[in-house]
Each structure stands twice: as structure tokens, then as C-alpha cells.
Design a protein around this ligand. Structure first.
Ligand SMILES: [Zn+2]
Length: 506
């Protein structure tokens, strides 16, 4: 079935009187000027734009206008589990977080994706990379996800999580330590890789790019979750289609040890494993990258492979702190993500930018430090670059898409007004966001979504959540049964030398 979307009309309009944040301009006190938007793009910036009859004008006196944020890493499948968990290890969390989103109704998938999109766009995120975990892998679910983003008006970089190894096969020592009666719960099922890849190719062909609001990407769940044959197939597919690639690498110490033990044919390195499959380069982005060693960091830099940092989830899942200073020194292209709702548990780039600046102080005691303006660049252009779209969005420049956020500078977080960049990163909480445009569409006005009824979402949640909460409680109970084994696995991981660490106390 071919799909067709109605292309929304894009009236021309003039944004008047805001301080306009430009990456290469004055990032402390951006100049007050006007921005003309035509056909969804920024067509002029300056004071001398003539008023034309019938041109809609929006007065933004007392506002800061910034580029929309690009949330470089997110999963929509566990949006309904926001706030369910305290901090825990990645491996224990994974027992619950994957199954939470699998085998759910179409209505639930639509609702959770819509809610995630609303949270993103209300927080000034105009593009989100949804690394979608879809189980079962059926076209109706893909439709529900695409339609959810469309209904809110946020742009999505959509990828479908691919793997052909069972979960049990990808947790080091699991086969040895986890009793057979519990192995089914951990996950012993594996799926054929080629079938999944052709599913992705078919969805791309069937759905298209949705008028530019849908960007397709490819996502091996993680190299270690894919056989070498499958990973090579993915590599070949990405080369022939030129699509961006996102994959999880080295989120925990246990995963780094997994590579050492299980990928001995590839120097015990997940990065070398990716290289052998043709999956390093400027189109490839590694999510997390907390545990690469010095040689692997250099290889990422030398091949132009990017890293999307997710400090919120790394800290909540006790994964350690990524080598931020080493990445900056080596010149690894960086972007920023918020990650899942059940492990961060927020879609807020201001929180992520703040952590990026603050954590650099404990990732490395050296004098170099990222500035607030750098964090803003990564949270916008950095995410666009990862998708190969840095010419299209991520900045306020003539010719770029009108992905824009207007902050009300009368909010206490902006008073007194000393620095746009530093107050956006260190002071703002999302509270002062008044307007958001995506490709020239006014999707948030006076702090509320314009295309969708947010009250209706709340009503649907009220009727759906009792079942969801019961199912989450059941999963937690099952995870509790193997808690002792998982603690033993973690203890073994922490007692196995690695030669370097990403924790302060080690
Ligand atoms: Zn992820």
C-alpha cells in the first residue's frame, strides 16, 4: 500500500523584533533583528526586510529566537514508562525496557509516540532521531509511528532497530550464570537479519520522505547484537542507499568486556568489528561511546565517525562518564541526545547541554572546557550533521529550514539578561518556550501544540495506563527473580581489569 500525506500549506511570515541567535554571531547578546520565512525556509535576515501587503507578521519583542534542537538519540517504545524506575544497571534495565514496548496495540504505539513527540516539540526539539524498537515487525506499527510524528509536526529521523542475535547471546557470561529456567525471560529468540533489512527497504519505498519531514536512517541495535554476516549486509545496504546509520556502542563496562572476549577475531574491539563490516565513516553515528579505549577513540576520529552523547541515561543506568575531553581533543564529531523516557526520563536538550558542559570537569581535569555556545552548536548543528543535513537545519541562516524556537526573555531564568548562550544552557528549564516552528509550520504557539489536542492525549492515557502499569509491574517482578544473577555478572565485570575506567572511584 502506497502512502500519501497532505503537504501542509506554508504561508510566508515575518518574525519581528527577537534577538536572533546565530552560531557565528554574538552568542551572549544576539542582535535584535527580523527573520523572513518563505516556503518553510529562512529567506532573509535583517532590519531592512520590506513589509509586503498580506505578509503575516509575528511580533517577538522580548524574545530570543534560536535554531530548533535536534534530539540525536531517542526511542519511542517506552515513553509510557517515564518515571517508573530508580537508577539501575543498563543490563537490568534492559530486561524491562525492551519488553515494555513489544507486542502492544496499534493504539498504544500511536499514543506513546505522539506523547513523546509532544514532549520533544514543547521543549524546542524540532527534529528527533527515533531509534524505533518495533515488535512484531509489521507495517501497521511503522504507519502508527510516522503518523504520530506527523500529527504533532515534529521532524523525525526514523530508524528501525535491527538485530539477529538473541539477548542472551549478547550479555557476557549470561549463558553460564543465568539458570536455564530464566533464560527464556532474558531472551533466547533470534530473528533472521535479511528479512528485517528487506522490511526496512520496503517501508522506505512505501512511505517515502513525507514531504521532507521524515528522514530514514538505518540502525543495527548494536554491532554486538548482529552476526558478522548481518552487519556486513547492513554495511552494504547503507553504502548503496547513502543513509545515515545510528547504533549503540559501549554503553556499559560489561559491553566493553563482551567485545574483548567475544570479538577476538576483531582485536577484541567493537569499533574494529564495525570497520570490518564497512560501518565506520562520516555517515555513521555511535550512541553513547562511554567505554572505547584510546586507540578506538582515534579510529573514530580518523574515520570521521560521530558519537551522540547521552549523559542523562549513562548516569541513570550507572554506565560511567564518556571520555568527553578525549573526544574533543581527537576531533570526533559530537551530537547530543536525551535517550529513552524510562532511563533519562526527559526529552530536554537544555538538561543535556548542561551536563555536557558540567561533566567535562570530571571526565578530565584538564583546563580545556566546552563552552555553552559549543553545547548549543552540538545540540543543533551536531545532530543535523549526524544525519547529513547540516546544510538543511540546525542554524538560523538564509536557505535553511525555518526550524525555530522563541523563548520569552521575561522569564526569571533570563533575568537579568547577561548571556543568551550561558542562560540557555545553565538557567533555562524549558519554561520560557513560547513558540516553535518546524519547516515554517507553527507547531507550538503560546506554549501549546497547535496541530493536536493535548487534552485528548491525557484522556486516552487515563484509560490505557492501568493495563500498561500492570504489565510493567509483572516485568519488574520477573526481573527481580534474576536480580542476584545480574549482580553477580556486574561484580565479575567490575573485578575484571580493563586498564582504564570511566568511574571516579576506580
Ligand atoms: Zn538507545
Amino acid at each position: 500500500l502506497a502512502r500519501s500525506f497532505i503537504t501542509p500549506t506554508k504561508p510566508d511570515f515575518l518574525l519581528r523584533g527577537a534577538r536572533v541567535y546565530r552560531h557565528d554571531g554574538d552568542t551572549d547578546r544576539p542582535v535584535t533583528t527580523n527573520v523572513l520565512v518563505q516556503e518553510g525556509r529562512i529567506s532573509a535576515i535583517g532590519d531592512g526586510i520590506p513589509d509586503k501587503p498580506n505578509l503575516q507578521t509575528v511580533s517577538l519583542d522580548g524574545h530570543l529566537l534560536t535554531p530548533g534542537f535536534v534530539n540525536g538519540h531517542f526511542h519511542s517504545h517506552d515513553v509510557l514508562a517515564k518515571g517508573c524506575f530508580e537508577t539501575m544497571s543498563l543490563e537490568r534495565w534492559g530486561l524491562i525496557a525492551g519488553p515494555i514496548g513489544s507486542n502492544r496495540s496499534i493504539e498504544e504505539v500511536r499514543l506513546r509516540t505522539t506523547l513523546g513527540a509532544v514532549e520533544c516539540v514543547r521543549n524546542g526539539i524540532t527534529t528527533v532521531q527515533d531509534f524505533a524498537v518495533i515488535a512484531p515487525l509489521e507495517a501497521t506499527y511503522v504507519d502508527a509511528i510516522v503518523e504520530a510524528y506527523e500529527s504533532v509536526g515534529v521532524r523525525v529521523i526514523l530508524s528501525i532497530s535491527l538485530r539477529d542475535k538473541s539477548q542472551l547471546d549478547t550479555i557476557l557470561w549470561a549463558d553460564e550464570l543465568i539458570p536455564v529456567e530464566h533464560q527464556g525471560f532474558i531472551g533466547t529468540k533470534s530473528n533472521d537479519g535479511a528479512t528485517q533489512l528487506s522490511f526496512v527497504a520496503n517501508q522506505m519505498k512505501r512511505i517515502g520522505d513525507n514531504g521532507g519531514r521524515l528522514i530514514w536512517a538505518v540502525s543495527p541495535s548494536s554491532p554486538q547484537r548482529c552476526s558478522f554476516e548481518f552487519l556486513k549486509q547492513i554495511g552494504a545496504f547503507c553504502h548503496s542507499t547513502n543513509l545515515p546509520v545510528y547504533t549503540h556502542v559501549y554503553e556499559s563496562r560489561l559491553q566493553r568486556l563482551f567485545a574483548k572476549v567475544k570479538l577476538s577475531d576483531f582485536n577484541g574491539s567493537e569499533i574494529d568489528y564495525m570497520e570490518a563490516a564497512g560501518l565506520l565513516g562520516p555517515r555513521i553515528t555511535v550512541a553513547h561511546g562511554v567505554w572505547p579505549d584510546a586507540d578506538e577513540i582515534l579510529k573514530l576520529a580518523n574515520t570521521g565517525t560521530g558519537v551522540v552523547l547521552n549523559m542523562l541515561s549513562n548516569l541513570k543506568l550507572r554506565g560511567g562518564v564518556a571520555p568527553l575531553a578525549a573526544y574533543r581533543r581527537a576531533g570526533v564529531p559530537l551530537s547530543l541526545g536525551c535517550d529513552n523516557c524510562s532511563c533519562s526520563d526527559v526529552q530536554s536538550m537544555t538538561q543535556v547541554m548542561k551536563l555536557y558542559c558540567l561533566l567535562s570537569g570530571i571526565a578530565d581535569p584538564g583546563p580545556e572546557r566546552p563552552t555553552a555556545a559549543e553545547a548549543i552548536r552540538l545540540a543543533t548543528l551536531g545532530g543535523a550533521r549526524a544525519a547529513g543535513r547540516e546544510q538543511q537545519f540546525g542554524g538560523i541562516e538564509v536557505g535553511m529550514d525555518a526550524d525555530l524556537v522563541a523563548f520569552d526573555l521575561s522569564d526569571p531564568s533570563w533575568q537579568p539578561f547577561n548571556s543568551a548562550a550561558r542562560q540557555l544552557v545553565f538557567s533555562e528549564t524549558g519554561r520560557s518556550i513560547r513558540h516553535v516552528w518546524v519547516g515554517g509550520r507553527h507547531v507550538v504557539s503560546n506554549g501549546k501544540c497547535t496541530l493536536i489536542d493535548e487534552n485528548a492525549i491525557q484522556q486516552s492515557l487515563a484509560s490505557m495506563m492501568p493495563d500498561v502499569q500492570r504489565d510493567i509491574a509483572n516485568l519488574v517482578a520477573k526481573a527481580d527473580e534474576v536480580e542476584g544473577v545480574f549482580r553477580a555478572i556486574q561484580a565479575r565485570a567490575f573485578n575484571t581489569p580493563l586498564g582504564y575506567d570511566r568511574y571516579l572511584s576506580k
